[in-house]
Design a binder for this molecule. Structure first.
Ligand SMILES: NC(=O)c1ccc[n+]([C@@H]2O[C@H](COP(=O)([O-])OP(=O)(O)OC[C@H]3O[C@@H](n4cnc5c(N)ncnc54)[C@H](OP(=O)(O)O)[C@@H]3O)[C@@H](O)[C@H]2O)c1
Length: 265
């Protein structure tokens, strides 16, 4: 049971086995939280739990789950038990995929939606009522700068992140005054396994000199979340990019993103 771990507050992080989620778990442990670590790869999660204990004295409960599967959120919470108290929910797990919409496998795109959209929504729905009744809680949803415009040749990924941004901002407003905050993190290109999984490694990391480290992104996310900020866009270049997209003609933006992704096609 999560409540039996210690008196420290508990943060649940999805996608804690790698990248931004792993760094967020380390920061949350450093800042005094116990962790529930969720992803598919158990060895990585178990090693991280040991590191959290050794470095910060934090308890890390490993819950292996495939968030693409129906009922994944229920399964995670059932495994934690009915008395589980989650003080911080970090919906970070996600992946992208590259290619023309009509050529990409429907299964891959539906799995992407299941992880990026459905599992995030389901976990939030199940954890939020407890936070509201306790009048305390933080939710951090990881979207992307992809959320600010459509993404030809990564269409489903961009649309999934637009959903995360829209949902998060709406909930942040709904929950104003309840003691619960919702923060949406919109990173730009970040050095993680993401590019390899999405099939855009050649396009982004090798040619994009401003790619941030997962640690820097996670630090910005944690700072923004603890301040209760609605939106965190780490890195000045990403902030400028997000603003300029808002002010540019949509057609021009679409053509630029198309060119960016089509060159890796
Ligand atoms: N890196 C970037 O450039 C970038 C930019 C903007 C936004 N983001 C977003 O940041 C978030 C974290 O990505 P990252 O960059 O840290 O990528 P990453 O290194 O590939 O990490 C992705 C994490 O998500 C987990 N995950 C993927 N599919 C899963 C599934 N079906 N069930 C459970 N867990 C799953 C992975 O764990 P397992 O493989 O062990 O399951 C892993 O821990 C994502 O939402 C991504 O869209 C990344």
């Amino acid at each position: 049971m999560v409540t039996a771990m210690s008196n420290r507050s508990v943060a649940l992080v999805t996608g804690a086995s790698a990248g931004i989620g792993r760094e967020l778990a380390l920061i949350l442990a450093r800042e005094g939280h116990d962790l529930v670590l969720v992803a598919r790869r158990e060895p990585e999660l178990t090693a991280l739990a040991a590191e959290l204990k050794e470095t910060y004295g934090a308890d890390g409960r490993v819950v292996t789950a495939d968030l693409a599967k129906a009922g994944a959120a229920t399964g995670i919470l059932e495994e934690l038990g009915p008395d589980a108290v989650i003080d911080v929910l970090v919906n970070n797990a996600g992946f992208g995929g590259h290619g023309a919409f009509h050529e990409r496998s429907a299964d891959d795109d539906l799995r992407m939606l299941a992880v990026n959209v459905t599992a995030l929504t389901d976990l939030t729905k199940r954890v939020l009522p407890g936070m509201v009744s306790r009048r305390r809680g933080r939710i951090l949803n990881v979207a992307s700068t992809a959320a600010f415009q459509p993404g030809p040749f990564m269409a489903v990924y961009y649309a999934s992140k637009a959903y995360v941004l829209s949902l998060s901002e709406a909930l942040a407003e709904e929950l104003r005054g309840t003691g619960v905050t919702v923060t949406c993190l919109c990173p730009g290109v970040t050095k993680t396994e993401f590019q390899q999984v999405a099939g855009v490694e050649d396009l982004t990391l090798n040619v994009w000199p401003l790619a941030m480290s997962a640690q820097a992104v996670a630090e910005a996310a944690y700072a923004g979340m603890t301040k209760g900020k609605r939106l965190v866009v780490p890195g000045v270049h990403n902030k400028i990019g997000a603003q300029s997209v808002r002010m540019s003609p949509r057609g021009a933006v679409l053509r630029i993103v198309r060119r960016l992704h089509n060159s890796a096609h």
